[in-house]
Ligand binder design. Sequence first.
Ligand code: NI
Length: 227
Amino acid sequence: MMVHIPGLLPPPEVAECRAILESSQWVDGRGTAGEQAAQAKFNLQIPVSSETAAKAGGIVLRALARNPAFRSATLPRLVLPPLFNRYDAGMRFDAHVDGAIRTLPGSGEQMRADISSTLFLTDPADYDGGDLVVEDTYGTHSVKLPAGDIVVYPATSLHNVTPITRGSRWASFFWVQSLIRDDGKRTLLYDLDTAIMEVRQRLGDHERASVALASHYHNLLRRWAEL
Ligand code: NI
């Protein structure tokens, strides 16, 4: 399932992130790619363990923590600290699949990448090309979103970023290990949660149907969650 969450970062926080990135050093993006993906990757990134990555990453993590749509769509267990990339004219990332296992900085603990996320940090009017193209069983989806919007999609998907022909595209990207490993089960829970929100709004929280549906959601989550 692919989910677009508008306005994850409000404009002042997009500006704050961009100001931090403007003062940062940028390095070849191949440093964080596996051997095969590195051959497809032509972009720039903020050094992973830099102070700027931590500062801008903190803004993104706080926004994720307060966003109910992100929680509902991803059911996060672990979130890799956000990374930041940049595609200038001529840069691209050819078709690849993201690595399955990531190492959390600091603890060195490993996490499984279930969900890939891209948070757009440049107004689409400021660049041409740079579409995120994701292939799944339902076809190919081309994504280019306003600054501050985020898209989450299964990390199992083949995807690419088309070449930039004008301007520069900045984004944050990171992976989530979900409480629910299976994308099909996660989709069922997301759809159920979305429907429950509607029912609660129409019937109120104390109607028997609202309580029964919420109980069903939590009992499915209890049955499927991996901690
Ligand atoms: Ni990727």
